[in-house]
Design a protein around this ligand. Structure first.
Ligand SMILES: Nc1nc2c(ncn2[C@@H]2O[C@H](COP(=O)(O)OP(=O)(O)OP(=O)(O)O)[C@@H](O)[C@H]2O)c(=O)[nH]1
Ligand SMILES: [Mg+2]
Length: 263
């Protein structure tokens, strides 16, 4: 058996298959608001080796919580105290206990069978594994022309302002080592949360890998996203973050030999 991951902070290894174990535990955080009909499909795609699933309930008025509990004994349920997907994710991340945190949606658009790609990138050296619907090998059954255009403009602006080379900005499938939660310092409420994560991960000097992902259509129900309202929030986030003082964790360049000799 091959073991990947040089650090096993909690001394636990997660066996992914007969040939592979990783030295880390994996939590999956799922924000859900009225997704009872979709959860059976979503949970069915989760790999058996995931250590913990945290469902963050947005005060659903349907059977989201009871359906989720019946599907997954041992499920952890967090009832969010604020409003919006950003608040839900912040509270879910804070509750998660895994070394690695993966975020997926509860509407059936993100496929749990892709989690291995994200986890592999992290144990292979990335700090932050960022899903993309537009990188090579990726796709979307769901995105409209208007949203695609808006996403392209916002992604390009982010790349120009922050020196990143992202191919996608507003996608809800990402994963990271939980030790970087402080660097992300999430403090937003709405759908701008992925943008904020992507910008702060870059500003903190994290090693970011884009992971090709195929976005599917929401299976049941209607989207909570409003393109204009939420696009505007994303734009404000991109511009506002420029003014924020940043402490990067990028290593300082090694001192010149002469400086070291003089020390
Ligand atoms: N807990 C919680 N979950 C939310 C909230 N808003 C959205 N979500 C969840 O976040 C995920 C993404 O929300 P969607 O409404 O599908 O929005 P989207 O995926 O950005 O947009 P579409 O591409 O149109 O589906 C889903 O699992 C929602 O149930 C909220 O206020 N609280
Ligand atoms: Mg969706």
């Amino acid at each position: 058996m091959t073991t990947y991951g040089i650090i096993a902070p909690k001394g636990k290894f997660t066996r992914v298959n007969d040939d592979l174990a990783i030295g880390a535990t994996v939590s999956v955080v799922v924000p859900a608001m009225n997704e009872a009909e979709n959860l059976p499909h979503v949970f069915a795609t989760l790999p058996y080796w995931v250590d913990e699933v945290v469902l963050v309930d947005g005060n659903s008025t349907d059977e989201t919580v009871s359906v989720a509990r019946s599907l997954r004994p041992g499920l952890r349920v967090v009832t969010q105290t604020g409003r919006g997907k950003g608040n839900a994710l912040s509270e879910g991340f804070a509750a998660a206990t895994g070394d690695i945190i993966v975020m997926i949606d509860a509407d059936g658009s993100t496929d749990g069978r892709e989690i291995i790609r994200f986890v592999s990138a992290l144990v292979g050296g990335a700090d932050f594994a960022k899903g993309s619907r537009f990188s090579s090998g990726a796709g979307s059954d769901d995105i409209s022309v208007t949203r695609s255009l808006g996403n392209t403009v916002l992604t390009t602006l982010t790349n120009l302002l922050y020196g990143t080379r992202y191919t996608d900005l507003c996608y809800g499938y990402n994963a990271f080592w939980s030790r970087h939660l402080d660097a992300l310092a999430l403090d937003c409420d709405g759908f701008e949360v992925e943008t904020l994560m992507n910008i702060r991960a870059a500003q903190a000097g994290l090693i970011i890998h884009e992971i090709p992902s195929h976005e599917r259509c929401r299976i049941h129900g209607t989207s909570n996203l409003h393109a204009v309202r939420d696009g505007w929030r994303v734009l404000k986030t991109i511009l506002r973050e420029r003014a924020r003082p940043v402490v990067t964790r990028r290593r300082r360049a090694l001192p010149q030999v002469s400086e070291r000799a003089a020390a």
